[in-house]
Every structure is written in C-alpha cells, then in structure tokens.
Design a protein around this ligand. Structure first.
Ligand SMILES: Nc1ncnc2c1ncn2[C@@H]1O[C@H](COP(=O)(O)OP(=O)(O)OP(=O)(O)O)[C@@H](O)[C@H]1O
Ligand SMILES: [Mg+2]
Length: 393
C-alpha cells in the first residue's frame, strides 16, 4: 500500500510573497486525491514542497515518520525515492528515445543489470500503453504519449506516492479522460497514493477519491470528493462551473467593488460563461474491466463511512446514494433526503472535539480566508481531531 502523507500547518513564501499558509491535510494511503485551484495559487509550489524541491517556511510534511521539512539531506534523498512525479510537460529528455528516458532513473539510482532494466522498462511501457514506441524520440510523439511516457518513467522505481501536475495541459478532453483512466488503473495495479493537481473540472468531478482546493493563499477544503462537489462555497461553485461570476477574478481574486460591478452586469443579462450550472456528484470513474480491484477505493469506503457523521448533510446524502443496496445494508444507512444521517455518530465527549453535522474538522475544511468577514458557520477552524480524521490518519 502507498504511503500516507500527513501535512500540518505548511506555509510557503518567496520573500514577502506568501504563496499559501497553514495547509493541513492528510493524503490517505493508496487513494487518489486531487487539488484544484486557480492559476497562480501555488499548486505546483505545493507539489515541489512535498518532495523537498522547495523548502516550506514552517509546518510539517510527514512521510513514513520522517518530516521532510526538517530532516537531513540524506533522509530527504531516501524519502524522495518513494515518489514518482509526472511533471506538467512530461519533462522527458528530448535527445533520448522513450526507452532511455524511462530507463534513466534505474540507471541513475539503482545498480540493476541492463537485462533487469529492460524487463522493467518494457513492463512500464506496456502498463502505460506505449508498447512498440520505445525507439521514438519525445519530439516524434503526441502530447498524450509524452504524458504516458512521463508516467512510465515515474513508475520505474516502484513509487509509493505519485504526484501529477496538470495532466490535462495540452491534451484534448478525450485524451485527458484516457490518461485519467490510466491513473486509476495504475492506482489499482500498484496501490500508490496519488495527488493530482489540476484545473480540469471533468477530471476533478469524476476521478479522485478526495478533493481539495487552494484559494486566497489557503486550503479552502480537503476531504472526500462528495464534500467539495456538494459545497455551497461560492468560490468552489464558481470554479466547478468555470464562470466569471464569483470571487475568482482575472488574476486571482476580486475586491468587493469589482464583484458588485460584475454582479450588476450579470443581473442585466451578460453571460457569465460556462454552459450551465453543474451541481451534484457524478459517479466516479472506475478501473478498466479486467484490471484488478482498486484497494484504495475499497479502503476509502470504510474510512468515509467511519467519519460520515462529521461530514455536511449534502455530502452524507450523496455518499449514501452512491452505495449499492447491499452496501447500504452493510453500513446500516439508507438515503434520507434532507435529513443528516446519525449513523456512526459518536456520543459527545468521546474525544472527538466539537464535531457535529455539517461541520467538518479543521484539517479537512479550512475557511474561505480573508475579506475581513467573520467566519461562517461550518467553516471556522477547530482544534484538529485526535482520532482517525477524514484524511485517514
Ligand atoms: N522559485 C520561485 N521563486 C519565486 N516565486 C515563485 C517560484 N516558484 C513559483 N513562484 C510563484 O509562486 C506562485 C504560485 O506559482 P505556482 O506555479 O505554484 O502556481 P500554480 O497554482 O501551479 O499555477 P498554474 O495553475 O498556472 O500552474 C506564483 O506567483 C509564482 O510566480
Ligand atoms: Mg502549476
């Protein structure tokens, strides 16, 4: 099973510019998580901080008991071997064919024989649908194939954690769905923990088990996919619908004067963009028939049912509706529109601080920051839970 990544209070700035602060979340082992956020909110900086390419100012990022923010260079080098990273452009060496590109980490970091390397490279090329393309140069293949080659290379050292930066950049919608399918299939095959950073709404809606969003230098939310997809937060709704109407502006956020001016424009009938309001939780993509069961998804089901009582009512409802009748019986739940479920609720005073329906723990739902607004119900910070939180701790 992939490694768990526990991030607490992580903060990163460049000089006086804070990129994000106090990011707290847990990537559950072997599950697929995605992080959304408008351009420039620091998603790539977040990934680079997770592998120690950038050093956060404070906070912790703990993997297998090692805090990579404070550990020695030697420890960091060891921890980095757990990661496979698929960079935005595939980051392939242009002068090497795909075989040599994929073989590169094995030749650099292991003492394996060329025979063994050949076996691994061909296996990973096969896994990513690149059979027979090993002699091609990156410049001779399509963007989609380059991404898959980048993924093949990210897989050769048997990573426990796979980070993916903007898998859809430069790809058409169909190829984006194919690569998403590949992520789920690979996740099933190797049970690694995935974090995909993306602005792609389709991918965010249908691929990950867990979903988060960075905005205004903070983590707006992170939790089971149903939480973000049923959220009424204006910034989340705006982003998921790709509209101009809302707090996200051209270069990141809007001030209240601009919000008001734009609202008047939309009220007068100006099109805010987007096709239609998309709401609700579509079914999650599954692995390709014939590929083994995705154990991350199986574990997630138990994990989410455990923390169900702490999720907002709309998310609870959607989770229950996604279960088969047998599963609903197994977990003792049934769809009950409009009523939060009591199932799994723990009695007060059992060590779960301040949790009640509709209110997520602080490590999963932060707040919409800034603006001088008082925190709204359900979005203010609380002490982190001590038990197994939604992040799977
Ligand atoms: N090495 C660096 N030195 C200084 N500033 C940096 C550095 N790397 C990134 N930044 C700044 O950090 C901010 C966040 O950048 P980042 O690339 O992480 O955004 P992003 O969310 O990935 O955006 P996009 O969706 O466009 O890829 C930007 O303002 C960028 O200029
Ligand atoms: Mg980026």
């Amino acid at each position: 099973m992939g490694a768990e990544v526990v991030i607490e209070g992580l903060t990163k700035s460049f000089g006086k510019q804070t990129i994000w602060r106090d990011v707290t979340l847990t990537l559950p082992p072997g599950e697929v998580s995605a992080m959304l956020g408008p351009s420039g909110t620091g998603k790539s900086v977040f990934l680079k901080s997770m592998i120690g390419l950038l050093k956060p100012d404070r906070g912790r990022c703990v993997i297998n008991g090692v805090d990579i923010v404070t550990c020695s260079e030697h420890k960091l080098y060891e921890i980095r071997k757990l990661f496979g990273v698929l960079f935005q452009d595939g980051a392939l060496f242009g002068s090497m064919n795909l075989y040599d590109n994929v073989a590169f980490p094995l030749r650099e970091h292991t003492k394996k024989s060329e025979t063994e390397i050949r076996r691994i490279v061909l296996e990973k090329l096969d896994m990513t649908g690149l059979n027979g393309a090993d002699k091609k140069l990156p410049g001779e293949i399509s963007g989609g194939m380059r991404k898959r080659a980048g993924l093949a290379r990210a897989l050769v050292l048997d990573p426990e954690i796979i980070l993916v930066d903007e898998p859809d950049s430069g790809l058409d919608p169909v190829r984006t769905t194919y690569i998403s399918q590949l992520f789920l299939d690979v996740n099933a095959q190797i049970d690694a923990t995935f974090l995909i950073v993306t602005h792609n709404i389709n991918l965010a809606r249908t691929v990950p088990d867990n979903l988060g969003m960075l905005f205004r230098k903070e983590l707006v939310m992170f939790g089971p996919r149903e939480v973000l997809l049923t959220s009424e937060e204006p910034v989340v709704k705006q982003f998921l619908n790709g509209k101009m109407q809302g707090p996200i502006g051209m270069s990141e956020e809007k001030d209240s004067a601009q919000m008001a001016a734009e609202q008047a424009m939309f009220d007068a009938g100006h099109h805010a963009g987007g096709v239609e309001d998309i709401t609700g939780v579509p079914p999650q993509m599954q692995t390709t028939p014939g590929v083994q069961t995705r154990m991350g998804a199986v574990r997630r089901k138990d994990r989410v049912m455990e923390i169900m009582h702490r999720l907002p009512p709309a998310a609870q409802e959607s989770i229950i509706e996604s279960l088969s009748p047998e599963e609903q019986r197994h977990y003792g739940v049934r769809p009950h529109r409009g009523q939060p479920q009591q199932v799994g609720a723990r009695p007060q005073g059992d060590g779960v601080p301040n949790q009640h329906h509709g209110q997520l723990p602080a490590d999963q739902v932060a707040r919409i920051p800034g603006g001088g607004q008082p925190p709204r119900p359900g979005t203010h910070r609380m002490p982190p839970p001590r038990d197994n939180g939604p992040g799977g701790r």
